[in-house]
Design a protein around this ligand. Structure first.
Ligand code: SER
Length: 396
């Protein structure tokens, strides 16, 4: 199943369960000073969970654009870290609760996309006997496929939160650490978390208090790229049809071959990931700058350019990748096709500016190194490094 088909199948499935399909919200949060960028499917829906706003329907389903940069150094080094990803979700605002959320997740996974039941595992919050019993007694999940985990509690700073139940797919022993206690929740790659069902029943206040919500809700999140990697039987999200064509294009421009060198692969994956993030951020109105969201964009774009240099690509290249990103995502992510030219112009300007910065920084660094060598020094002083970084934007 192609990534775009999977997105559609999910939304249609929940539409058949009386959910209203909403377009992805912008990455720029509305009326939410607690967030810089949207990083979860539920984030733009917070006011519906807390009762501050009335939702258009009590059941909603979305495929939400998300940006997370906390783990940016892991991007390209693991099978599943991204700065940009899409999160599939079904939401109940005071409507259905645990029982339906669990049964429908199971139905979608085993009957619609037909995953092998024997490879599915779940975790539940230690005290949540109700979720345990639904999985075990109603769904028929064997007890040795259910783990109770203390950290099964989902929250995103202020706002709605609650215990959760995560669904994992067993990628097989060959992907595991081999430790006898390896189970879902282990840090190794064997059990891939594919879906998180959050039973939202508290509101966390700015003071860190957990106030029970008047109505109980459901917030679920399934990473589109991860699910696609399972369905397409790929080693990582980067090899799915949602990302791989970008990597292929970058490899062609750099005249390198994917999967021949570990460092080359990291750079290609970073570029594949970052090209998507850049395109979608700009389409939502973020522009490169030295602060806030604009700085996040600038940092991601510059990282992509640097990895391009590491691969030996000279000159502007990201604009061509924007074409590939929009070719892949244009039909599923609203707003990209209409803003195609604009996105390319912004990327071209920023890329050119950064290339000038790099050239200038390299000249300065070269001169500095010569001076230092003449003085028999063996280190570039921190103050000089800082000046290059802070004043000239030269990468550390
Ligand atoms: N909010 C939960 C998450 O992001 C489920 O949607 O994982």
């Amino acid at each position: 199943m192609k990534g775009n088909e999977l997105r559609q199948a999910y939304l249609k499935f929940f539409e058949s369960k009386q959910h209203l399909i909403l377009d992805s919200f912008s990455l720029i949060p509305e009326n939410d000073p607690s967030l810089l960028l949207i990083g979860a499917g539920m984030a733009p829906l917070k006011p519906f969970f807390t009762g501050k706003l009335v939702p258009p329907r009590t059941r909603v389903t979305t495929c939400q654009k998300c940006i997370r940069t906390g783990d940016i150094e892991n991007v390209g080094r693991t099978a599943r870290h991204h700065t940009f990803f899409e999160m599939l979700g079904n939401f109940s605002f005071g409507d259905y609760f645990k029982k339906d959320a669990i049964h429908w997740a199971w139905e979608f996974l085993t009957e619609v996309i037909k995953l092998d039941k024997n490879r599915l595992y779940v975790t539940v919050y230690p005290d949540d006997q109700e979720a345990y019993d639904i999985w075990h007694k109603e769904v028929g999940m064997p007890e040795d496929h259910i783990t109770r985990l203390e950290d099964n509690f989902w929250e995103i700073g202020e706002g709605p939160c609650g215990p959760d139940s995560e669904i994992f797919y067993d990628l097989g022993e060959s992907r595991g650490c081999g430790e006898p206690d390896c189970a879902p929740g282990c840090d190794c790659d064997r059990y891939l978390e594919i879906w998180n069902l959050v039973f939202t029943q508290f509101n966390r206040t700015a003071d860190g208090e957990y106030v029970p919500l008047e109505k109980k809700n459901i917030d679920t999140g399934a990473g589109l790229e991860r699910l696609a990697s399972v369905l397409q039987n790929k080693e990582s999200n980067f090899e799915t049809d949602l990302i791989f064509p970008i990597i292929e294009k970058a490899a062609e421009m750099a005249k390198v071959t994917y999967h021949t060198d570990a460092n080359t692969d990291v750079s290609l994956k970073v570029i594949g990931d970052h090209a998507r993030a850049i395109t979608v951020l700009i389409s939502d109105g973020v522009l490169p700058s030295n602060e806030g969201r604009g700085y996040v964009l600038r940092r991601i774009l510059r990282r992509a350019v640097r990895h391009g240099r590491l691969l030996g690509i000279e000159g502007r290249f990201l604009t061509d990748l924007v074409d590939v990103v929009i070719d892949i995502l244009g039909s599923g992510v609203p707003g990209l096709i209409e803003k195609h030219d604009f996105i390319k112009r912004v990327v071209a300007n920023e890329e050119d500016r950064f290339n000038q910065t790099l050239a200038q920084g390299l000249d300065m660094l070269g001169a500095l190194i010569n001076e230092l060598k003449e003085a028999d020094a063996t280190e570039v002083p921190g103050a000089e490094v800082f000046k290059l970084y802070d004043t000239y934007g030269f990468p550390w």
